[in-house]
Design a protein around this ligand. Structure first.
Ligand SMILES: CC(C)(COP(=O)(O)OP(=O)(O)OC[C@H]1O[C@@H](n2cnc3c(N)ncnc32)[C@H](O)[C@@H]1OP(=O)(O)O)[C@@H](O)C(=O)NCCC(=O)NCCS
Length: 150
């Protein structure tokens, strides 16, 4: 992959904010409300100081193109978003696979809205397997799982 997956730092705060408020990202998130800057700032500062993996992806000119992070909820859960101009280029599956392996977390789940076909395809291509369905706030999600080998 020509892109670099690197740990997020404070300089990425605005880029992650803008991407998180992209309409396509909000539509495909459980919380669909716009994110406010003050809330983002507090969350982001706490999040980059936690040991849970949080990466950004840069193109070869060191420009921000995506974020991928792993949050410990009931299980380790992955979340990915790519900026608009870099979607539909087959990038997602490569980022998901590389980042998932990089964490070395044994079992990772992805919770994906059932109508998010691009995301489902990308996760399958990255090696995630569908394991169940969940309904949250009247919306159906697929739960997919990935295992890192020892
Ligand atoms: C979901 C997301 C990460 C996918 O990234 P991407 O790089 O655009 O995905 P890809 O280009 O690898 O496309 C994946 C597959 O879906 C297909 N696809 C893309 N858009 C599609 C659509 N609207 N309908 C059907 N298939 C579609 C692609 O052709 C590709 O299929 P292929 O591998 O058979 O060629 C990106 O669209 C994104 O950031 N969306 C907003 C945030 C989001 O939804 N995150 C995921 C939450 S779980």
């Amino acid at each position: 992959m020509h892109e670099d997956i690197i740990l997020t730092n404070i300089d990425d705060m605005k880029n992650v904010f803008d991407l998180s408020n992209d309409s396509c990202v909000r539509i495909n998130s459980i919380n669909k409300e716009p994110i406010l800057w003050e809330n983002h700032k507090a969350w982001f500062c706490e999040r980059i100081n936690s040991s849970n993996p949080f990466y950004i992806v840069e193109n070869k000119n060191k420009e921000f193109i995506a974020q991928v992070r792993f949050d410990l909820k009931e299980q380790w859960e992955i979340s990915i978003s790519i900026i608009k101009n870099y979607r539909n280029k087959g990038l997602a599956s490569r980022i998901i696979k590389e980042a998932s392996k990089k964490t070395n977390i044994k079992e990772i789940v992805a919770i994906i809205q059932e109508d998010n076909i691009a995301s489902i395809k990308a996760f399958i291509k990255a090696g995630y397997k569908e394991c169940s369905s969940v309904i949250t706030k009247n919306t159906k999600y697929k739960k997919m799982v990935f295992y890192n080998k020892d």
